[in-house]
Write a protein that binds this ligand. Structure first.
Ligand code: FES
Length: 162
């Protein structure tokens, strides 16, 4: 038979264990909550830099690009780009004039050089897209450039995707 003192002792011991466990669980829970909140706060204050994602779009074969000619290519966004061969390099430029947005065209100028002419205000650009006459030259503007990637015999344009 159990004596009264043993029952009390057993009861007290059970209660203190329960109390200890519930306190421990509460401390762990509160700690985890603060830790998670702190991690989100750090992430909010110091956001990770997003990597720029790009995709290479096939344009043509190297043999199709001839020096002194320009190939027009439409990007999925609707932008038109002009691709030309210059010595061993390939250059891809926007056909939109940076002055007021008219379309430039590939042209042979009076001096025999090739480049791009904007018919709206007679802005002229060299084959690298740098303006040398008209309002775009006065403003120091250039045609937007796109990165060209050559893989074997194939020519691609690298464009950013969101
Ligand atoms: S829009 Fe091209 S020169 Fe003005």
């Amino acid at each position: 038979m159990l004596s009264l003192s043993k029952v009390r002792f057993k009861h007290r011991s059970t209660l203190s264990r329960r109390s200890f466990l519930s306190t421990l669980i509460m401390i762990v829970g509160v700690g985890a909550s603060y830790g998670l909140g702190g991690a989100y706060a750090v992430r909010f204050l110091f956001p990770r830099k997003r990597e720029k994602r790009t995709v290479d779009l096939f344009v043509t074969m190297k043999s199709e690009l001839i020096e002194g000619k320009s190939l027009q290519y439409a990007l999925p966004s609707g932008k038109q780009i002009l691709i030309q061969k210059l010595a061993d390099q390939f250059l891809a430029l926007s056909n939109i004039c940076p002055h007021l947005g008219c379309k430039v065209r590939f042209e042979r100028f009076e001096n025999g050089d090739f480049g791009f002419l904007c018919p709206c205000h007679f802005g002229k650009f060299d084959l690298k897209g740098k303006a040398f006459a008209g309002p775009p030259a006065q403003a120091g503007q250039s045609l937007e450039k796109f990165e060209v990637v050559v893989k074997g015999e194939a020519v691609f344009v690298r464009v950013a995707v969101s």
